[in-house]
Design a protein around this ligand. Structure first.
Ligand code: SF4
Length: 626
């Protein structure tokens, strides 16, 4: 009997209705461990290149990991993966909350969904059994109503539900998957893939505990982690202010994304920051399964704008994307926008970037109210922002154009609109500006899923020999490097930290929880949970394997070095925060990218993983046949 994991993957074919259990060998679990890498394994082994992301041949995977669901903080995340309808590349997003651990306790480490159902359905998994059920009653309902109806129908209020919302049903290309109404697998349009399969939800309930190899050691690690947490200033601030605590530091550094990345400072920042949220609309701090950090927000707004606590509260990314990025300083309206996205099942980052893109086109005279269904899409127009969220989710009028994402919308609009579309590989940029932390430019450009802010920790974590650097030293991150430096030292920092965070993506580990807990403790936890004699080295290799497999998936889909780019605007200087002499230059970026390819064991000229490195990582089965 394995410990830590169930040794069972559920395979569901929605076209035929067939459901079966598979038992992968231990070596598969040991090599890929879960989440991102295990999803890539199945996609690369079983799916041919070039399938329509919204067609029945695209497989959709829900993957926990060999350690998720163990009673330790930060082991909550699970992955949803498929070929992305937004980018055509590897699609993947992680979410915290409770669904991943519940799936494990229900007897499965992951679910592979194939085909397409002829009518709306949901999947019900309980204690080792699964069935496909009719979802016609919940189709078209918002996430809150759908969750309530499922729980009523199955007669159990403790069921955890992961679902696409109405936006997924409409195949909005950046629709997300939401669990517990507020924890989102936000990026790359996994909700649209789910909707395209007529699969509205997966409901899970498990009463079995995750078996542990060494329960006493797990308990000891848990105690140590709690102690460390109580000494961590970062963890204390996350509890008090949540991720919106980052608004003011970014504003003060001149890199708070504002008005479609035209500026790095927003005059209304203080009105939308974490401190303001705590003073005004915060009801309580919340957390994911077994986590004491409690960085999640629960807010209430009742007035012209409305938001209820069951939908959580805006994270930093949402505050910025619907706030400063759209020129909006009304926290109550941002909270309502956040709730709308959670009700419809929309990625808040892509929504905000699409709306601000349209706002800039109006500012530049490329669009007028005639093009936008009479909505006055000026920067700062709160009601216009909220109206557009609904139109995007319903694919109504101009909302249908923006529901395609900025890249496709810009092509459709024409008239030079592409210059203002802030995306990489088709995915909208997150709310961090690489012009003030330049290593992030590598992260954005090379992330296999398109621009992504959690590919690796940001440069600003390693400016001094402080707690973050000390914590990363056992993983090979040795010296402080200035945020505005590119070149060899930045590459060294990036490849190591990218490996760490990508191992998190495969192990289902939350990067916020692990700001306070040493990496060697994570390796100890993997050993205590699974019984495997492991080390940080093995986890670092898992991280590199995760990145490389996603790269190989993308190569197979026709992506190449040309897709590792930055939007033109990021080569410009900002008014504050990026002195003219320190701006990102094309030359610096190209040289650093080449160094990165080499450091990864990829061909420095083409960015293709070499046969030697694939062999080293145990990925020789991905070496193209000659
Ligand atoms: S740190 Fe925050 S996001 Fe991470 S597991 Fe804990 S509560 Fe969830």
């Amino acid at each position: 009997m394995p410990t830590g994991y169930n040794g069972k993957i559920l395979r569901v074919n929605l076209t035929s209705g067939a459901i079966r259990e598979e038992t992968p060998e231990e070596i598969v679990y040991r090599t890929y461990m879960g989440g991102s890498a295990l999803s890539s394994y199945y996609l690369l082994k079983e799916q041919k290149a070039g399938v329509d992301p919204l067609g029945p041949e695209n497989k959709l995977l829900f993957m926990s990991s060999v350690i998720s669901g163990a009673p330790l903080m930060g082991l909550t995340r699970y992955t949803v993966a498929a070929r992305s309808p937004l980018t055509g590349a590897f699609g993947e997003a992680e979410a915290g909350g409770f669904f991943g651990p519940e799936l494990k306790m229900a007897g499965f480490d992951g679910v592979i969904v194939e085909g397409r159902s002829a009518k709306p359905v949901y999947l019900w998994i309980k204690d080792g059994r699964a069935e496909i059920r009719d979802a016609s009653k919940i189709w078209g309902k918002d996430t809150g109503e759908a969750e309530k109806l499922i729980r009523e129908e199955l007669g159990d209020n403790r069921i955890r539900v992961a679902q696409c919302g109405p936006a997924g049903e409409k195949r909005v290309r950046y629709a997300c998957v939401v669990n517990e109404l507020k924890h989102a697998n936000g990026r790359t349009g996994m909700g649209a893939v789910m909707g395209s399969k007529n699969l509205r939800a997966i409901a899970a309930r498990g009463t079995q505990r995750v078996p542990l190899a060494n329960p006493e050691k797990v308990q000891e690690i848990g105690k140590k982690a709690l102690e460390l947490l109580s000494q961590s200033g970062m963890a204390q601030n996350l509890k008090k202010f949540g991720t919106p605590m980052f608004v003011m530091p970014l504003q003060n550094s001149g890199i708070l994304p504002t008005r479609n990345f035209q500026k790095g400072q927003f005059e209304g920042a203080e009105a939308i920051c974490g401190e303001k949220m705590t003073e005004t609309i915060l009801v309580k701090s919340e957390g994911c399964y077994a986590c004491a950090v409690q960085c999640k927000r629960s807010v209430k707004v009742d007035g012209k704008y409305k938001a209820s606590p069951e939908y959580g509260g805006p994270e930093y990314e949402t505050i910025a994307s619907l706030g400063s990025y759209c020129g909006i300083d009304n926290l109550a309206a941002i909270a309502q926008g956040n709730e709308m996205c959670n009700r419809y099942g929309l990625d808040t980052i892509s929504v905000g970037v699409c709306i601000a893109f349209a706002m800039e086109l109006v500012e530049k005279g490329i669009l007028t109210a005639k093009d936008t269904d009479g909505i006055d899409l000026r920067f700062g127009n709160t009601d216009a922002m909220l109206a557009m969220i609904g139109k995007i989710a319903r694919r109504e009028g101009f909302g249908d154009v923006l529901a395609e994402g900025v890249q496709r919308a810009a092509r459709k609009i024409g008239k030079g609109a592409e210059k203002y579309a802030m995306h990489i590989k088709g995915q909208e940029l997150p709310m961090h500006d690489p012009r003030g932390k330049q290593g992030l430019s590598l992260s954005y450009a090379t992330s296999p899923t398109g621009a992504d802010h959690i590919e690796a920790p940001h440069d600003t974590s390693f400016l001094t020999d402080g707690p973050a650097l000390k914590a990363a030293k056992p993983a090979g991150v040795m010296e402080p490097v200035p945020a505005m430096e590119m070149g060899p030292r930045k590459v060294r920092q990036f490849v190591h930290t990218q490996a760490i965070w990508n191992s998190f993506n495969s192990l289902g580990v939350c990067n916020f929880a692990y700001t306070a807990i040493p990496l060697v403790t994570l390796a100890e936890a993997v050993e205590a949970i699974t019984g495997w004699n492991t080390s940080l080295y093995e986890l670092m290799e898992l991280g590199e394997r995760t990145v490389t497999m996603a790269r190989m998936f993308n190569m197979r889909e026709g992506l190449s070095k040309k897709d590792d780019y930055l939007p033109e605007r990021l080569y410009e200087t900002l008014e504050a925060g990026t002195p003219r002499e320190k701006k990102i230059t094309r030359e610096d970026f190209a040289n650093t990218l080449k160094l990165y390819y080499g450091a990864m064991g990829w061909d420095p000229e083409t960015g293709v993983p070499t046969e030697g490195r694939l062999s080293f990582l145990g990925l020789d089965w991905l070496i193209p046949k000659k």
